[in-house]
Design a binder for this molecule. Structure first.
Ligand code: LP5
Ligand code: MN
Length: 275
């Protein structure tokens, strides 16, 4: 089994890109096309994919099924760029079952969560972010269960069709849970605030716990955490001079499209909107 990297050191001064939460799926071809164009044109020498690259991943053997044209295309795009782009993959809550077979075919290196990146004279802590949302208690219990090696071995021993059906029902349950949570948040708002934009109603969803993020950064002796998962792109101050930089999720079909890369260039991080 490929060892999960706990630390990556990049000596080159070339650009480094970070993306997450693309949720690639065959029903969202515009997002796939935007990502493919990006892959063929990025000036970066390294790419860090910080989770939820795929909408759902029920096991690497899906790649051999007759319904996996889309997923195999995604893997081919990754593999094509491998000669000049080092690609690192961290699992998210949707694609934590993406393992050695897919990693090797796509020529990606697997990252631990959290892990440390030393590059351009700085240390950055990288995470998907889900394990840092401490208020998301039911999810954290679920996460502990499904990240257990024995649970995974049992789950992967089930027929592919059964796993796909379980994944689908979990997706429905997850959307229901989020809707309930949003509903409770909306109900708790004052009348004046009701009916505000969707992004504001998103504020009712769980977020990364600041104290926990601080302590993780202290453990790694770093001042910058980069993560995805929360769908709240931005930069958030933590204690001292520490900060949390949140990646954007991707959606080419919404208006305006959300297609964004965080790029480390000459020691500075900046956001690049794609079209
Ligand atoms: O993903 P998103 O954004 O909707 O919400 C996440 C959390 N939800 C999840 C679940 C995934 O969306 C669905 C699973 C993906 C497929 C993986 C492959 C197959 C594995 C199948 C595993 C059974 O991660 C959501 C968070 C939200 O982020 C925060 O933004 O809140 O968490 C939940 O919705 C979890 C529920 O609250 C807990 C439900 C417990 C149910 C336990 C069932 C155990 C099933 C065992 C089946 C064999
Ligand atoms: Mn996620």
């Amino acid at each position: 089994m490929q060892e999960l990297l706990k630390k990556v050191e990049i000596k080159s001064q070339g650009c480094i890109d970070f993306i997450s939460d693309l949720h690639l799926q065959p029903s969202e071809m515009a997002t796939f096309e935007a990502w493919s164009r990006y892959m063929r044109s990025t000036p970066a020498g390294s790419l860090f994919i910080l989770g939820d690259f795929f909408e759902v991943w029920a096991g690497d053997d899906f790649l051999e099924s007759e319904h996996a044209d889309f997923e195999n295309r995604c893997i081919s795009v990754l593999k094509e760029q491998a000669p000049h782009l080092s690609i690192y993959f961290m699992a998210g809550n949707r694609d934590f079952l993406l393992k050695d077979k897919a990693l090797t075919t796509a020529k990606m290196k697997a990252l631990d969560d959290p892990c440390l990146l030393s590059a351009h004279g700085h240390d950055f802590v990288l995470s998907h972010g889900d394990a840092m949302c401490l208020s998301d208690i039911e999810y954290l219990k679920f996460r502990q269960l499904v990240r257990d090696e024995r649970w995974q071995a049992q789950f992967l021993a089930k027929p592919l069709q059964e796993r796909l059906a379980i994944a689908k029902s979990m997706r429905i349950k997850s959307e229901e849970e989020k809707a309930k949570y949003r509903g409770a948040f909306e109900a708790s708002k004052s009348d004046a605030d009701k009916g505000n934009s969707q992004s504001e109603s998103f504020m009712g969803l769980h977020d990364v716990d600041s104290e926990f993020a601080n302590s993780v950064l202290d453990t790694f002796q770093s001042d910058t955490l980069i993560h995805g998962h929360t769908h709240r792109p931005g930069e958030y101050a933590l204690s001292g001079n520490k900060r949390r930089i949140v990646l954007s999720d991707w959606d080419a079909s919404c208006s305006p499209p959300r297609l964004e890369v965080l790029r480390l260039e000459d020691g500075l991080l900046s956001r690049h909107k794609l079209s």
